[in-house]
Design a protein around this ligand. Structure first.
Ligand SMILES: Nc1ncnc2c1ncn2[C@@H]1O[C@H](COP(=O)(O)OP(=O)(O)O)[C@@H](O)[C@H]1O
Ligand SMILES: CC(=O)OP(=O)(O)O
Ligand SMILES: [Mg+2]
Length: 419
């Protein structure tokens, strides 16, 4: 049973999972948090058992050594689990990478060269790769968050700023969370309810119009036409687009100049403001959607406004992407918020009946780890008979919840290159 260790190195954390790409199961996984701070913490999970260690973790090298120790102590032993490769999530691939690559010194140098474009993410990715290559003598593969969007149509990828300046500095829309958008949109395309809908409408799968909402701490939307990404909400950096846990998403760039010139803030202050002190946290005081919805239920006005701004932005993007695609066949929610927060899903499609979008309250409230349809209408199994649109009526869109699994996607892409 060949397995892949998947590493996701953040600025102060290291998330990992040991995946069996054949069966799709995670044999173990965990997170090292607060790397570089006085109080670090490791949580390692395997076979339903959890091991937690609190201790300072100086750097990513120490973090990975600690993880390898835990695999030996708490299991499963990496050797016995048949580890054949390591897959690394790399956030920014720039225009250099449009597909996963086997890591060599040139790849590391190229990822390092992209640091100016992703100062918050790529430094940790480089360190993670360097340390892991030192400690684990197997092939390493880099899987890029930007890859799925490398081929965005020029009209979607281009900012309307002076072309020469943009080209000189690599300023374009790159898009992120691509591994998730690709994994989820591929799962949607082969879901029985979706294939039945297309069959009933006599349509080619290449005409399937999807919108995917990846709503985690970071959040992004994508428009996917027949498997190809044609639009996405994150841009040069993962700051643009939707309202996120701590990031503002779209703002008027004039705000930045105003705060620099008249507000007495430095460039770093504004960077921290928009990336770490904005979004749900900045408006509602908490970045966790569970806590935010609790505050809303308790009548907290600031939390209510935060949720309203979040949902308004979502509806705006869904409407815009309906225009980009010429209509929506399937709208899919994924990631921590998208998979779990029924109130967000209901709010995001509220008033979008004119696009054929609606959720069935009972289906929306149900909990499941499986991909599922939450729009009204017949069950997936008998959709083929009844999904035929009435003459003159637009076919209703499907609204779905599909759990993402970036680790499995990375493990599969890693095996495909090394196996
Ligand atoms: N049951 C739940 N209800 C509402 N929100 C949830 C629930 N479970 C997780 N979330 C939210 O999901 C978000 C984290 O999503 P996740 O995809 O794990 O983030 P990331 O991978 O970007 O760190 C948090 O805002 C958290 O509150
Ligand atoms: C690119 C990005 O936003 O990633 P995350 O959601 O993991 O912060
Ligand atoms: Mg995630």
């Amino acid at each position: 049973m060949p397995t892949v260790l998947v590493l996701n190195s953040g600025s102060s954390s290291l998330k990992y999972q040991l995946v069996d790409p054949g069966s799709g199961t995670a044999l173990a996984g965990g997170i090292v948090e607060r790397i570089g701070e006085d109080t670090g913490r490791v949580r390692h999970e395997t076979r339903g058992q959890e091991v937690v260690r609190e201790r300072p973790v100086a750097d990513h090298g120490t973090a990975l050594r600690l993880v390898l120790e835990l695999f030996e102590e708490a299991g499963p032993s990496l050797r016995e689990a048949g580890i054949v490769a390591v897959g690394h999530r790399v956030v920014h691939g720039g225009t250099s990478f449009s597909a996963p690559v086997v890591v060599d010194d040139d790849v590391v140098a190229a990822v390092r060269a992209l640091i100016p474009l992703a100062p918050l993410h790529n430094p940790a990715n480089v360190t993670g790769i360097e340390v892991a290559r030192e400690l684990l003598d197997v092939p390493h593969v880099a899987v890029f968050d930007t890859a799925f969007f490398a081929d965005l149509p020029p009209a979607a990828a281009t900012y309307a700023i002076d072309a020469k300046t943009a080209a000189e500095h690599g300023v374009r829309r790159y898009g992120f969370h691509g591994t998730s958008h690709q994994f989820v949109s591929s799962a949607v395309a082969i879901h029985p309810a979706v294939t039945a809908k297309l069959a009933a409408e006599g349509r080619d799968p290449r005409t399937l119009r999807q919108v995917v909402l990846h709503l985690g701490n970071g959040a992004s939307a994508s428009a996917v036409l027949g498997g190809r990404a044609v639009e996405t909400s994150m841009g040069l950096t993962p700051l643009e687009g939707l309202v996120m846990g701590t990031r503002s998403g779209d703002v008027d760039p004039g705000i930045v100049f105003h705060l620099l010139r008249s507000g007495g803030l430095t460039v770093d202050d504004v960077d921290t403001l928009l990336n770490k002190r904005s979004g749900l946290l900045g408006l509602g005081g908490v970045n966790d959607m569970r806590e935010l919805t609790r505050l809303v239920a308790a009548g907290d006005d600031a939390a209510r406004l935060a949720l309203d701004v979040y949902l308004h932005r979502l509806r705006k993007y869904v409407g815009a992407y309906a225009a980009v695609l010429g209509g929506i066949d399937v709208l899919t929610f994924t990631a921590g918020v998208g998979e779990n927060a029924a109130v967000v899903r209901a709010g995001a499609v509220d008033g979008l009946g004119f696009l054929g979008l609606a959720v069935d309250p009972a289906r929306n409230a149900a909990r499941s780890r499986e991909a599922r349809v939450i729009s009204p209408g017949p069950d997936a199994a008998d959709t083929a008979d009844t999904a035929r649109p009435r003459p003159g009526a637009a076919a209703p869109a499907l609204v779905m919840v599909v759990p993402t699994n970036e680790e499995l996607a990375i493990a599969r892409q890693t095996i495909a290159l090394t196996g």
